[in-house]
Design a protein around this ligand. Structure first.
Ligand SMILES: Nc1ncnc2c1ncn2[C@@H]1O[C@H](COP(=O)(O)OP(=O)(O)O)[C@@H](O)[C@H]1O
Ligand SMILES: [Mg+2]
Length: 249
């Protein structure tokens, strides 16, 4: 049976798409059959993170019942499977209420759903289409305050809240501490992804950072998160700095 994991947030721009793509690829690299679905239909940029700009079929065609999900599935050169959302404006009113049926029809073991932010009607429908939920936030008060609301709604919907991923962490005194984030969200932090310039580079190069720079600080944390979800642990190779210098990594 598939595990449908929603990557959600209270606030936009906190790193849901980056997290969906890199968690998805890390799971794939651990040998898990994984697909990432772009359910953020009004800001559909999962495809753009991977260099898919023009594709004949999208999630919208699946939701309208025109095609089966496999016809809207594309494979990135890293091996990551995705269902992108249409980029054109005409596709904004696709029915997300049919999303659950579409997600359930997927044969993959892990279905990672890149959700819209907030709690409007579409966002709630996407949340409701998932079984498990990961909340992505930055360690700042506005982002965490909105994350708290999403955590409450997810709990009211009886979703399995796997935990919180704190993204773009810099460890400054202006950020909330991990303990504060956990107390506010009433959920454990399951990943802390540092601010990492390699992420911007990877978006520019249209390849997830986990593949593009596998031992960057953010890649290591995405691999730890993926390992944790499948009940494993991940540690990067020892003496990484020296091995990188010697061209061994
Ligand atoms: N860990 C990070 N380090 C540096 N930049 C990041 C990081 N995570 C995200 N970003 C930047 O933030 C932008 C927004 O991320 P994105 O995943 O698109 O957010 P969301 O999907 O939540 O709207 C990205 O385009 C990238 O430039
Ligand atoms: Mg996004």
């Amino acid at each position: 049976m598939s595990k449908i994991i929603g990557i959600v947030s209270g606030k936009g721009g906190v790193g849901k798409t980056v997290s969906a793509v890199n968690l998805g690829l890390a799971l794939h690299q651990f040998g898990e059959d994984t697909i990432v679905v772009d359910a953020d239909t009004s800001a559909s940029n999962l495809g753009m993170h991977l260099g898919f700009y023009s594709f004949p079929n999208s999630l919208q065609n699946v939701l309208t019942g025109d095609i089966d999900a496999d016809r809207a599935t594309y494979m990135h050169h890293t091996g990551l499977r995705v269902i992108p959302s249409a980029i054109d404006l005409n596709s904004l009113d696709a029915s997300v209420s049919k999303l659950r049926i579409a997600l359930k029809s997927l044969p993959n073991k892990y279905v990672i759903v890149d959700a819209p932010p907030g709690l409007d009607e579409d966002s709630r429908a996407v949340l409701d289409a998932c079984d498990d939920v990961i909340i992505v936030t930055n360690a700042e008060i506005p982002a965490v305050t909105n994350a708290v609301k999403v955590a409450r709604v997810a709990q009211d919907m009886k979703k399995n809240l796997l935990g919180v991923v704190v993204n773009r962490a810099q460890g400054t005194v202006w950020e909330l501490t991990p303990q504060e984030v956990e107390m506010m969200c009433e959920a454990p932090i399951i990943g802390t992804i540092p601010e990492d310039v390699n992420i911007k580079k990877s978006i520019f190069e249209k390849t997830p950072v986990v593949a593009q720079n596998p031992y960057s600080a953010s890649s290591i944390e995405y691999k730890r998160l993926a390992a944790r979800l499948i009940g494993k642990t991940y540690e990067p190779p020892k003496f990484m700095g020296i091995k990188k210098l010697l061209g061994m990594l």
